[in-house]
Design a binder for this molecule. Structure first.
Ligand code: PLP
Length: 287
């Protein structure tokens, strides 16, 4: 958990701000938790051990996490990824040996999800559908890990929990745990401010299929952030806090600062899902 004292000070300094550095996970994003939750659930139910293919849709990070697990544990992985996903993520998935099918960018992850579902339905018995947008194993992974870690690492002192919504797994799972410990904790969802946006990993819920893994009942407030605001803060965070993060992380911090400015005395905790993509192809030879 990282303190961000300079960002808080720059914004009036009347609140405390901490963030979970999820880019430090094994494949560099929060989605290691989701992927492991889904894969361990399948393994515990006696699936994925007999050459079945793990198939799912991903905007990139979950794909990388699944691909790593598939390579380490020895099961094939097939991923449907919108062609707009960052080439670095696609390159990493392929470098880890998973099959990647690029889907229509205009259909976003909704389209990728449909294609993954259809492929799984056409290959019953030979496939396991990961279904990160629908399976309770996704939020459960955060209920069991992210939530308890935040509680312990803050000594239970947080007053606000802020997180971006992609599948909603991070937000719904961690928030459920935190509210069970202290029902007064306010839960804030972060979404892009418009349907076409550059906040990779996040969904503009009014314009897309609502993931079953998103629990709207637990959300007290939704803050909408523009790509431009997030990108500005993302660039500022390097010199200010020594932090290089992805745009969805910066969007979560834009929202966290808004909450902190509006609530003197608040203790705001958020999640930094990943680091910026690498522009050099992973599979290319070095100098
Ligand atoms: C970069 C990034 N940020 C945020 C999220 C949202 O996380 P969740 O799916 O748990 O809502 C994702 C999910 O893919 C992501 O890749």
């Amino acid at each position: 958990m990282l303190p961000l004292p300079r960002l808080a000070a720059e914004n009036g300094g009347r609140f405390e701000l901490r963030a979970k550095a999820e880019f430090r996970n094994p494949t560099g994003s929060v989605k290691d938790r989701t992927a492991w939750g889904i894969v361990s659930d399948a393994l515990a139910n006696g699936r994925l051990g007999d050459g079945e293919v793990l198939v799912d849709a991903s905007s990139g990070n979950t794909g990388v996490a699944y691909a790593m697990l598939g390579a380490r544990l020895g099961f094939p992985v097939r991923l449907y990824v919108p062609a707009t996903a960052h080439p670095d993520r696609i390159d990493r998935i392929r470098a880890l040996g998973a099959e990647t099918i690029l889907t229509d960018p205009a259909e976003g992850t909704d389209g990728a999800q449909r294609e993954a579902e259809q492929w799984a339905a056409r290959h019953p018995g030979r496939s396991v559908y990961g279904d990160q947008y629908g399976k309770p194993a996704n939020p459960l992974a955060h209920y069991r890990s992210t939530g308890p870690e935040i509680w312990t690492q803050t000594g239970g002192r947080l007053s606000h929990f802020v997180a971006g919504v992609g599948t909603g797994g991070t937000l719904s799972g961690a928030a459920r745990y935190l509210k069970e410990r202290n029902p007064a904790i306010r839960v804030i969802a972060v979404e892009p401010d418009r349907p076409l946006h550059g906040l990779e990993g996040l969904k503009h819920l009014p314009s897309v299929r609502r993931p079953e893994t998103y629990d709207a009942r637990i959300v007290d407030q939704t803050i909408r952030v523009s790509t431009e605001e997030a990108e500005l803060l993302r660039r500022h965070l390097g010199p200010l806090e020594g932090l290089l993060v992805g745009r969805s992380a910066a969007a979560a911090l834009v929202a966290s600062v808004r909450v902190g400015r509006a609530t003197p005395g608040a203790f705001v905790v958020t999640v930094l899902p990943d680091a910026p993509p690498d522009d050099r192809p992973v599979a290319a030879g070095g100098p």
